[in-house]
Design a protein around this ligand. Structure first.
Ligand SMILES: [Zn+2]
Length: 84
């Protein structure tokens, strides 16, 4: 049975759940009881690389979005983010 990783958008709780492919994805977080669980990509091998990239990217995103909370650009980078 494949193992799926979930992360809760509400409290940040992460967990691994063994599920059948045919099972519905879980939604309810066991910690905060909110329906904010999101399934993460968890193919083994890809996972280590992926989670490292994901964490760094997520932190940067949080930081910059906090600084620019006033301005609303049309999504993604407007050329001033250094990713070009
Ligand atoms: Zn939670």
């Amino acid at each position: 049975m494949p193992i799926y990783e979930y992360r809760c958008d509400g409290c940040g709780h992460e967990m691994e759940v063994m599920q059948k492919m045919s099972d519905d994805p879980m939604k309810d977080c066991p910690v905060c009881k909110e329906s904010k669980l999101k399934k993460l990509i968890s193919a083994s091998g890809f996972r280590l690389k992926g989670s490292g990239w994901y964490e760094t990217d997520f932190k940067n995103y949080k930081k910059s979005s906090g600084n620019n909370s006033g301005s609303q650009s049309s999504g993604g980078c407007g050329g001033s983010c250094g990713c070009h």
